[in-house]
Design a protein. Structure first.
Length: 195
């Protein structure tokens, strides 16, 4: 007898809870229903696409002030021209320390991104060259199409080349972060010494 009453009470409670949930979630069509953590839906911060009375143009997404750069953004103010290449070659130095860890990481990146054309040892004999792609000059024995020995290419010239590409070689700016590019530059310097 007692057990049956208990079941009835439990059953009734369950029905009341269910009815409350159903009714409260149907109040209005745009409602998100029962919000478990309302501050996830109704946060204090403005959404980027939301109207905003705090700014003159009434928008939340503002254009950054002229001359500002994002935190962590690395500037490279040398244009993709012969002059930009020469200037970078003379002025830009690697910001990284010469460590075996950096060289090792440069080697890994070089093997993935550059060796298919330049070859494991930078001799211009990569896999795709064997299939007819124009051979890049050897880093240690070749001549640069922009003048001088490949073995004399400076930090800035190699960085400029990775950033913009040159002739048949494309830009690697979207594949390699500035820091990764400098690691690759470090490894190319090693290959310039290949006998
Ligand atoms: C698709 C093939 C290909 C890939 C991949 C490639 N290169 Fe090249 N690279 C070339 C060719 C071809 C040249 C010669 C271009 C010319 O001077 O006409 C060249 C030239 C260069 C030069 C000489 C630039 C100069 O000033 O003469 C450097 C340095 C260089 N590459 C570095 C790299 C590095 C570092 C990578 C990897 C991030 C890379 N390349 C990836 C094909 C490639």
């Amino acid at each position: 007898m007692l057990a049956m009453n208990k079941n009835r009470i439990l059953g009734a409670t369950a029905i009341v809870i269910a009815a409350t949930v159903v009714l409260s979630s149907c109040k209005d069509k745009r409602s998100t229903g029962w919000e478990y953590a309302p501050n996830m839906y109704e946060h204090i911060a403005y959404d980027p696409d939301q109207a905003n009375p705090n700014f003159k143009d009434g928008k939340t997404a503002q254009v950054p002030p002229a001359g500002t750069i994002p935190v962590g953004f690395v500037k490279f103010d040398y244009p993709n021209t012969k002059e930009g290449y020469e200037l970078a070659g003379a002025q830009v130095k690697s910001p990284l320390f010469l460590t075996s860890k950096n060289i090792e990481e440069g080697k890994v990146l070089f093997t993935s991104f550059c060796s298919p054309c330049h070859g494991q040892h930078g001799q211009g004999d990569g896999e795709v060259v064997a299939h007819g792609f124009p051979a890049p000059p050897s880093y240690s024995k070749g001549q640069s199409s922009r003048g001088g020995n490949m073995s004399d290419l400076t930090d800035g010239k190699i960085y400029h080349t990775i950033t913009y590409g040159v002739n048949a070689m494309g830009s690697y700016a979207s594949q390699l972060s500035p820091e990764e590019r400098w690691k690759v530059v470090m490894y190319v310097h090693q290959l310039q010494k290949t006998l």
